[in-house]
Design a protein around this ligand. Structure first.
Ligand code: SAM
Ligand code: SF4
Length: 340
C-alpha cells in the first residue's frame, strides 16, 4: 500500500530555485521515421524488456504530478507507435479531471495522428506539437528517410477536425528548408497553427556532419524580418520558445535557440527516458535511474525519494557546442532516447 498522501507535501524545487513543473517522458525509443538529424539509418533499439511498461509509466508520471509537475508531455521516438499508448493517455487524463495536472500533451511526427486524434481529444489532450520540416514531398522523404508527407498532412487535418490545437515544430536545416520557412509559416498560420523553429542540437551519432545541417535561428529571424514585420510578444507555452507575432499573417512564430541563446535560467523541466532514466538537463550526461526504485516496491516511496534526490543535482545549464574539430557529439544519446 502506498502510504504517501497525494499530492505530496512538498514540491520539487532545484538548487537554483527553479520549480520543476514540466515533465517530458519518452514512451518509446522506436520510430517509423529516421529523420537525418535525429537518427542514423540503422538504429539499434532497446530490447522491449528494458522499457517501462505502460503501468510503470503511469506510476512514474503520477509520482511527478504528486510532486508538483503541472504539464506532462509524452514524446519519443514516436509516441503513437507505442502499442496501446492510448490506454496510458486515458489513464493519465484522470489527473486533468482532478485538477492536479494543467496539461497533458504530446509531440508526434503525425504519421499515426489520423487514427488517434479523436481519442486524444476525448482523453483530455487539447494541444499537441507536430513536427514537420518541409512541405515538399521529395524533401520530406529525404529528411525523414521513411516518412510520407501526405499521411502527415492527413493526420494534421484530422487533429484540427478533432478540435486539437496544433503547433508545428520545424528544425531549421541549412540548404534543406532554409528558404521554405516563410512558406511553412504562411501554411501553418493559414490553418490557425503556431510555428516553432528549432536549431539542430548535437545529440547522438548520425551519419552526416552536423555542422552542415546547423542553421542559426538568428539568421532565419533576420531574413524573416526583411520580409515581414515581427513583433516580440510575451506569449509563453511553458517551453523555452520566444515568440513573435507576424503582422502580415496574424500568426505566431517561436524560436527555440539552444545554440545561439542560452535559455537555461528559466528551465522548469526534466526528462525521463523510456527505460526510466531521469535526465535533469537535456545537454548534460548526469542522470538518475528511476526504474530500480519503481520496481523495488509497490509503494511509491522509494521512487519519490529517488526523484527528490536527483532534482538536488539539476545543473545550472548546458554547454552545447557544434564544432567541426570535435569528433563526437556534445551528448552521446539521441534525441529519440531522451525525448524532444
Ligand atoms: N517523433 C516525434 C516527433 O518527431 O515529433 C517526437 C520525438 S522527436 C525526438 C521531438 C522533436 O525533436 C522533433 O520536433 C524533432 O524535430 C526534434 N529533434 C530531433 N533531433 C533533434 C536534434 N538533433 N536537434 C534538434 N531537434 C531535434
Ligand atoms: Fe522519429 Fe521524431 Fe526522431 Fe524524426 S525526429 S526520427 S520522427 S523521433
Amino acid at each position: 500500500m502506498d502510504a504517501l498522501p497525494f499530492p505530496y507535501p512538498t514540491s520539487l524545487v532545484d538548487p537554483f530555485a527553479r520549480p520543476i513543473t514540466y515533465l517530458r517522458v519518452s514512451v518509446t525509443d522506436r520510430c517509423d521515421f529516421r529523420c537525418v538529424y535525429c537518427m542514423s539509418e540503422h538504429m539499434e533499439f532497446l530490447p522491449k524488456r528494458d522499457l517501462l511498461s505502460l503501468e510503470e509509466l503511469d506510476r512514474l508520471c503520477s509520482a511527478f504530478i504528486g510532486l508538483g509537475v503541472r504539464k506532462l508531455r509524452l514524446t519519443g521516438g514516436e509516441p503513437l507507435v507505442r502499442r496501446n499508448l492510448m490506454s496510458l493517455v486515458r489513464s493519465l487524463g484522470r489527473h486533468l479531471d482532478s485538477g492536479a495536472l494543467d496539461e497533458l500533451t504530446l509531440t508526434t511526427n503525425g504519421s499515426q495522428l489520423a487514427t488517434h486524434a479523436a481519442d486524444l481529444y476525448a482523453a483530455g489532450v487539447r494541444r499537441i506539437n507536430v513536427s514537420l520540416d518541409t512541405l515538399d514531398e521529395a524533401k520530406f522523404r529525404a529528411v525523414t528517410r521513411w516518412g510520407d508527407l501526405k499521411q502527415v498532412l492527413g493526420g494534421i487535418d484530422a487533429g484540427l477536425a478533432a478540435g486539437l490545437k496544433i503547433k508545428i515544430n520545424t528544425v531549421a536545416l541549412r540548404d534543406v528548408n532554409e528558404h521554405e520557412i516563410p512558406a511553412i509559416a504562411e501554411w501553418a498560420h493559414g490553418l490557425g497553427m503556431d510555428l516553432s523553429l528549432i536549431e539542430t542540437m548535437p545529440l547522438g551519432d548520425i551519419e552526416g556532419d552536423r555542422t552542415d545541417q546547423y542553421l542559426p535561428l538568428s539568421l532565419v529571424r533576420a531574413r524573416l524580418g526583411e520580409r515581414w514585420s515581427l513583433d516580440d510578444i510575451a506569449y509563453r507555452t511553458g517551453g523555452p520558445a520566444r515568440y513573435v507575432r507576424v503582422a502580415e499573417t496574424g500568426g505566431r512564430i517561436g524560436f527555440i535557440t539552444p545554440m545561439t541563446h542560452n535559455f537555461c535560467e528559466s528551465c522548469n523541466r526534466v526528462r525521463v527516458t523510456c527505460t526510466g532514466t531521469l535526465y535533469m538537463c537535456l545537454g548534460q550526461e548526469d542522470a538518475a535511474d528511476l526504474r530500480a526504485p519503481l520496481r523495488a516496491s509497490e509503494s511509491d516511496q522509494p521512487l519519490v525519494e529517488a526523484i527528490r534526490d536527483a532534482i538536488t543535482r539539476k545543473p545550472k545549464g548546458h554547454d552545447f557546442v557544434i564544432d567541426r574539430r570535435a569528433a563526437k557529439p556534445a551528448v552521446g544519446r539521441h534525441m529519440s532516447m531522451t525525448g524532444g
